[in-house]
Ligand binder design. Structure first.
Ligand code: SF4
Length: 445
C-alpha cells in the first residue's frame, strides 16, 4: 500500500547517520515513498518497522527474472498505471510456443526462425525474448528431448503442462536456467510450489476468475514462493483487457498484494494477424508476458516497434552513446562532422553522410538527448563542451588536419569554438539532407 513520506519517516530510526546514502532519514523516507530504494539500505530498521514498511518499499507489481545468463529478462517491477506518471520499467516479454508433439526437425527450424527475428531500430536491437514449451504428448521421453532442444537455444524457457510429473522433469533438467513452470491450479498448487522451491523456478498460477487467481497467489506465497506469474486462462480480448486493467489497478491503487505480480497471456487464435492485433492490446495494457503460437517476422516488427515506444521513458529523449563514430572507412584526410546525441538527429545525419559516399568521422556530442538547436539554446552544446569532447575522443590523432564541420544551425558559435578548441570551424548545411553536395564541394576544396 502506498505510504506518504511522513508516515514512513515516523517508523525510521531518525539517526540521520547517512549510511543509507541519503543525508537524512526524511530524505530516505521520500525515496522509499517513491519506491526508488530498498528498505534494506538502512541497517537500523527494527523488526516492527520492517513489517510496516516492507510493502512501502516494494514495487506494487513484483519483479521476476526469467532465464539465466545473457538472455535473462526481468518482468514486472512496475509502479504506475500510466506511463506519463513515471515510466514503465520492464517491457512485456514476447514468447513463441514449441509444442512437444512437433517433430525434431520442425522444432529446430522454428527455433532458427525465432532466433532470426531481429531488427535494429534507433540504435536498439529488437528481438523476441523467450520460448514457451507446451507439453501435450503425454510422452515423458519425447518431452525431455524437446526440452534439450529448446535449452540449447539459450532463450529463457516457460514450461506449460497440466501434469505435475512433467513439470518436475522440467524443473530437474532446467534447474540452472531459472525457468517458469505452470499451470499451478487449485488441485496442483502445493505440489508445483515444491518443485519451484527445489529447482529455483517461478510458477504460473491459473484460475478463470480474479478472486481465484488472488487466492492461488496467496497460497503460493504461504508456501514461501515469491516468484509468481498470474494467468486468468482463456478469455475474449475485451474480457481479458478488463481483467488485466482490474489486476493492475487493484495492485497499484488498492495495494492488493495478491494481484501484485506480472500477468501472462496466451494467444490462441488460429489467425496470426488476429493474434498480433490482440497482442497489441495486451502490450498496451498490462500483460508482462505474451505467448504466441507463432509469429510472422512482419508482425513481430510491428509489435516490437510498438513495445519499444511504450517502454521508452517519456521524460527522456532517445539517446545515442556520445562517442566518435565512423561513417564508412575514414582515413587521416577524412572530414570531421559534429552532431548531437539525440537518436533521431544522429540517425538522420549518419544516414545522409553515408549516402554521400564520402567516408568521414562523426563526433556525437552529449547533449542529454537534445537536438542541435534545442541543445544550443539550452547551453548543452557549447564551445567549451565541444572542445573537451574533441580532446576526449582524440580525433586529433586520427586525422592530419584540424577542421571541424558544425551544423549550419549553430553557425553563431564558430568564432568562440575556433578560439576554444584551436580547430578551424567550417559551417556545414542547416539540413543534413544537403550534406552530400556540401561534402563533395568540401572535398574538392
Ligand atoms: Fe536514517 Fe537509517 Fe538512513 Fe541512517 S541509514 S540516515 S538511520 S534511514
Amino acid at each position: 500500500m502506498e505510504m506518504k513520506p511522513l508516515e514512513i519517516y515516523k517508523h525510521l530510526p531518525k539517526k540521520n547517520c547517512k549510511e543509507c546514502g541519503f543525508p537524512t532519514c526524511l530524505a530516505f523516507a521520500m525515496q522509499l515513498a517513491k519506491q526508488n530504494v530498498e528498505l534494506s539500505r538502512c541497517p537500523y530498521i527494527s523488526q516492527g518497522a520492517e513489517e510496516i514498511l516492507g510493502t512501502a518499499s516494494r514495487p506494487p507489481i513484483r519483479g521476476i527474472t526469467v532465464g539465466s545468463g545473457e538472455k535473462s529478462v526481468e518482468i514486472g517491477n512496475e509502479k504506475v498505471l500510466f506511463r506519463h506518471e513515471e515510466k514503465f520499467y520492464n517491457q512485456s516479454l514476447l514468447a513463441v510456443e514449441i509444442v512437444d508433439t512437433m517433430g525434431e526437425k520442425e522444432i529446430e527450424e522454428k527455433l532458427k526462425r525465432i532466433t532470426s527475428i531481429r531488427f535494429e531500430r534507433v540504435g536498439e536491437m529488437l528481438e523476441l525474448d523467450a520460448i514457451c514449451v507446451k507439453e501435450r504428448s503425454g510422452d515423458l521421453e519425447k518431452f525431455k528431448r524437446v526440452l534439450t532442444l529448446c535449452k540449447a537455444s539459450d532463450f529463457p524457457l516457460i514450461i506449460i503442462s497440466h501434469n505435475v510429473k512433467f513439470l518436475k522433469t522440467a524443473g530437474e533438467s532446467l534447474s540452472s536456467e531459472n525457468p517458469v513452470v505452470g499451470f499451478a491450479e487449485k488441485e496442483t498448487l502445493e505440489k508445483i510450489c515444491k518443485i519451484a522451491k527445489k529447482y529455483g523456478a517461478s510458477i504460473i498460477v491459473r484460475d478463470e476468475t480474479l478472486e481465484g487467481v488472488a487466492k492461488l497467489a496467496e497460497r503460493a506465497k504461504s508456501q514461501g514462493i515469491e516468484e509468481i506469474i498470474l494467468s486468468c486462462g482463456e478469455k475474449s480480448p475485451s474480457e481479458r483487457l478488463k481483467d488485466l486493467t482490474a489486476m493492475r489497478r487493484a495492485a497499484i491503487k488498492k495495494g492488493m498484494d495478491a494481484l501484485g505480480y506480472p500477468v501472462m497471456t496466451v494467444l490462441t487464435d488460429n489467425d496470426p494477424l488476429q493474434n498480433t492485433l490482440n497482442a497489441s492490446i495486451y502490450l498496451a495494457k498490462y500483460s508482462s508476458l505474451i505467448v504466441f503460437p507463432d509469429i510472422p517476422p512482419e508482425d513481430a516488427l510491428a509489435l516490437l516497434t510498438l513495445r519499444q515506444n511504450i517502454y521508452t521513458d517519456p521524460q527522456k529523449p532517445l539517446q545515442m552513446e556520445p562517442d566518435l563514430y565512423k561513417i564508412g572507412s575514414p582515413d587521416k584526410t577524412s572530414p570531421v562532422l559534429l552532431t548531437t546525441n539525440f537518436s533521431l538527429t544522429y540517425f538522420t545525419v549518419a544516414g545522409d553522410a553515408e549516402s554521400s559516399g564520402i567516408p568521414c568521422y562523426l563526433l556525437v556530442c552529449d547533449t542529454e538527448g537534445l537536438s542541435v538547436l534545442t541543445a544550443f539554446a539550452a547551453d548543452k552544446l557549447t564551445p567549451k563542451k565541444i572542445s573537451k569532447f574533441i580532446e576526449k575522443t582524440e580525433i586529433g590523432k586520427k586525422v592530419d588536419h584540424r577542421e571541424i564541420i558544425i551544423p549550419g544551425l549553430v553557425s553563431k558559435m564558430s568564432g568562440a569554438l575556433e578560439e576554444k578548441s584551436g580547430w578551424k570551424v567550417v559551417v556545414g548545411p542547416k539540413d543534413s539532407k544537403d550534406l552530400k553536395g556540401f561534402l563533395e564541394r568540401y572535398r574538392r576544396g
